[in-house]
Design a protein around this ligand. Structure first.
Ligand SMILES: *Cc1c(COP(=O)(O)O)cnc(C)c1O
Length: 393
């Protein structure tokens, strides 16, 4: 374990056998997204989905009204590149309009960026464990993925920079990180960017940035004018309660923004999604902020309750918690499932649980309490593992 954790892992594709005569052989080694969901089973009462980091709050009525209004013109194609939305975002965040692009989810932008920047065989570098979609996107683009293990559930940019070489075209930094919930500091990110070869694109995935309360967490939008090679991803899926609408955006150098538009398929952002996002920015910032604040409060409450019964809970800057349970991850996830709560289980590593409405979170705390008691009763030899519940920062 320790020696493996010290080396960067290069995921080479297995040559040879094909999964099917139709498919490219490298598809065989592709990880599958979403396999780790443990669903509620045989639970009679209300169940809760805490496995996809969705908001428990429905979008505000003004947003629903904007979608309805847009639906009246659904016979027409939308704006090709969501120019109105891009302009609205640029004005809202004080960015030049040619630095903003939108797409049907921030993941689409990530895929477009990798396609536009990295040729087959070139390297895409990121910390691991991180977001499951990264290796899928990189490998589908025939790139070599290079991953650097986290330390203490945290991405260390210094270690990442040790693996940058002439073949590195893209570095993906997820901050705060999914699924470990931890942040990096803006200082270390800035130092990292200053050292990097100027030809290497850094994609800063800030899907959870709105939930960050630590003042040291980077704000990629504010670093835009200092670092040309920084592409910042933001999404309406999490803090804006619009996951089902599929809308995300990015800020970056105009050359990159133009390139994203060149590789984009035309008209893939619906007029309904564009209208929803414009309304979310211009009409509804207050309820959105209140919902975010509520979830942040719940995050503190649940973290404290879990630590109280002995769980290690890394300080979260997101709308979810990471429980690094190691080989107990599966049994805990199953306990959640039996109690009517679906969670993400990373076998042998940990469990990721979304912060939901208070009733759902209470259920999680109940499960955790009985799990902790059961474990204590069963094995005193393992009891000491529960002592490492101090804040890591
Ligand atoms: C949820 C999430 C996204 C959002 O993707 P969308 O395509 O915008 O819904 C992006 N990155 C990470 C790390 C996420 O967890």
């Amino acid at each position: 374990m320790a020696s493996r954790a010290d080396a960067a892992m290069s995921h080479k594709r297995m040559p040879g056998a094909r999964e099917s005569r139709w498919l490219r052989p490298e598809l065989q080694g592709l990880p599958t997204y979403g396999v780790a969901v443990v669903s509620p089973s045989r639970y009679a009462g209300p169940t809760y989905k805490l496995s996809s980091n969705e908001s428990p709050f429905a979008p505000n009525e003004k947003i629903v009204a904007a979608i309805t209004q847009a639906a009246r013109s659904a016979n027409l194609y939308p704006e090709m590149f969501g120019e109105n939305l891009a302009g609205t975002l640029a004005a809202h965040y004080g960015l030049p309009a040619d630095r903003v692009a939108v797409a049907g989810g921030s993941l689409v932008l990530l895929q477009q960026a990798v396609q536009a920047v990295a040729s087959p065989g070139e390297e895409v570098l990121f910390g691991w464990r991180s977001y499951e979609a990264y290796p899928i996107i990189a490998q589908t683009a025939r790139c070599q993925t290079v991953t650097v293990p986290l330390r203490e559930h945290r991405l260390e940019l210094q270690r990442l920079s040790e693996h940058v070489n002439a073949a590195t075209r893209v570095v993906i930094v997820c901050s705060p990180n999914n699924p470990t919930s931890t942040d990096i500091s803006s200082d270390t990110l800035e130092a990292f960017l200053e050292e990097l070869p100027p030809t290497c694109l850094v994609i800063l995935d800030e899907a959870y940035r709105e939930f960050s309360t630590d003042a040291t967490v980077p704000d990629g939008l504010r670093l835009q004018d200092r670092f040309d090679q920084l592409l910042v991803l933001r999404t309406f899926s999490k803090a804006y309660s619009l996951a089902g609408v599929r809308i995300g955006w990015c800020a970056g150098h105009p050359d990159i923004i133009r390139a994203l538009r060149r590789v984009a398929l035309p008209f893939t952002v619906s007029s309904l999604a564009q209208a929803a996002a414009v309304a979310a920015i211009t009409e509804d910032t207050r309820t959105g902020q209140e919902h975010t604040a509520t979830l942040v409060q719940e995050r503190s409450r649940v973290s404290a309750s879990l630590r109280e019964v002995g769980f290690e809970v890394p300080a979260s800057q997101t709308n979810f918690l990471w429980l690094p349970l190691g080989d107990r991850a599966e049994s805990f996830a199953e306990k959640c499932g039996t109690a009517g709560v679906s969670v993400r289980c990373f076998k042998g590593e940990g469990v990721r649980i979304t912060i939901g409405a208070a009733t759902a979170n209470d259920r999680v705390v109940d499960v955790a309490q009985s799990f902790a008691l059961g474990t204590r009763a069963r094995s005193s030899a393992r009891h000491h593992e529960y002592q490492g519940n101090k804040e890591t920062r």
